[in-house]
Design a protein around this ligand. Structure first.
Ligand code: SF4
Length: 415
């Protein structure tokens, strides 16, 4: 394995058929035959070739083609997945929406080397889907899941709770419907009402009752109960899987594994040595400070700039440089998303770089507030209360990070 490279690869496709009412992701409503979509995919392919040539993907194991709606590309999505597949021997996921996961697109995904699809279902109530501004129907959603299972792919779906028009019964029905379709993985999210979205404007005044903290907690508990009864174990705050079906790629994000993100709005994280390799093909990136152990990168170029770029030198980035102690605090924070928490070895490392007194003080505070507990193997794991009060638990761990994280922006040097 190439010690300096990425072990996971994310590619972002920022196009959707229409914009959902709650969405603040990096995505734009676009016609499937817009030449910009093909130009964007070709440009990302060139960037992948550069990353390969720089040795950045030699140790890569997993990949994720996300969006946006990658299946908006139709069967052409298979070409992009096939480009990623040689670097993703363990797992390669493709995000899909039910309205565009037709048989030809599904066949292209299944024959590309992809192993998994993640379908944006959100609900199986047509009234709730309409309220969210989703353009697919319940029948399309369950058909997409069944056909993907039949195609031999590992199938995940996203469901959303605490949404308009949802009640306890209809939420239960959504959970039952996706389970009946045979999925092995479900991600469950409470609706977040974000500024700058249609929902942000519609619900700007007052907290709508359907989205209250109590409703969110009740729906998440209902999901845990229904999914556990069906054999799907909660392995992360929002993720449930049958044995062996957890998402290896997403686990990379929560366990400090370096990953490369390509495309508009994509995030990446590289160790300092990997960042130096990336700079060889993206000279607009500034040198990392001497004490940087980890670099977080976000592509800030819009879709047109990405499509027009001749390579990685044509991208704009925002950057954060974390020191070793800051990276250790971040690992503790991210580990609190996982049911298993953080292992004894990670705690020992955190004690050595952050100071045993400070780390043990934070652990004691987390335990006293019922947010986390010590594991029999000497690690630390979150409690249900810790997840419900996630900001407190995550804040407590991140609060161990000393100093301020250094940041920078980099602007493209070439078209
Ligand atoms: S399909 Fe997904 S990315 Fe596209 S607008 Fe809807 S929520 Fe956003």
């Amino acid at each position: 394995m190439h010690a300096a490279g990425a072990q996971a690869l994310y590619v972002h496709v920022p196009f959707c058929r229409s914009k959902c009412a709650y969405c603040d992701f990096s995505s734009w409503a676009t016609r499937a035959d817009d030449p910009l979509v093909a130009a964007y995919a070709a440009s990302v392919g060139r960037m992948l070739a550069q990353a390969e040539a720089a040795g950045l993907l030699e140790g890569c194991r997993t990949g994720y083609l996300g969006g946006g709606t990658p299946t908006l590309m139709g069967s052409a999505v298979g070409g992009l997945l096939a480009r990623m597949a040689p670097h993703c021997p363990r797992e390669l996921s493709c995000e899909a929406n039910p309205d565009s996961l037709d048989d030809a697109t599904l066949a292209a995904i299944a024959s590309s080397g992809a192993t998994r699809v993640s379908v944006g279902v959100q609900s199986t109530s047509d009234a709730e889907l309409a309220a969210l501004g989703r353009i697919h129907t319940s029948a399309q959603a369950t058909s997409a899941l069944r056909r993907a299972v039949a195609a031999g792919l590992d199938v995940s779906c996203d469901l959303m709770c605490a949404i308009p028009r949802q009640g306890e019964k209809s939420w239960r029905r959504s959970l039952d419907d996706v389970l009946a379709a045979g999925v092995g993985h479900v991600s469950v999210y409470p609706l977040q009402i974000e500024e700058g979205t249609a929902f942000g404007r519609r619900y700007a005044v007052g907290d709508p009752a359907f989205n209250s903290e109590d409703v969110q907690a009740a729906r998440m508990a209902q999901a845990e109960h229904a999914l556990a009864a069906a054999g799907l174990h909660r392995y992360e705050v929002a993720s449930y899987a049958r044995p062996g079906k957890s998402c290896a790629h997403n686990r990379a994000y929560w366990t400090g594994v370096p990953y490369l993100g390509l495309g508009t709005g994509a995030s990446g994280m590289l160790a300092a040595e990997g960042y130096a390799h990336l700079r060889a093909v993206a000279p607009q990136l500034p040198p990392a400070p001497e004490d940087a152990a980890r670099v977080r990168l976000t592509v800030t170029s819009g879709r047109r700039q990405v499509a027009a770029a001749s390579g990685l030198a044509g991208l704009d980035f925002d950057l954060e440089f974390l020191t070793e102690p800051q990276a250790a605090a971040e690992d503790l924070m991210l580990g609190m998303r996982l049911t298993e928490g953080v292992a004894e070895g990670l705690l020992a490392h955190a004690r050595s770089v952050l100071g045993a007194g400070r780390v043990d003080g934070a652990l004691a505070e987390a335990a006293a507030e019922g947010l986390a507990h010590a594991t029999p193997a000497g690690g630390l794991a979150p409690t249900e209360r810790g997840w419900l009060l996630g900001n407190e638990l995550f804040g407590l761990m991140w609060g161990l990070a000393p100093g301020t994280v250094a940041s920078a922006s980099a602007r493209a040097t070439g078209a």
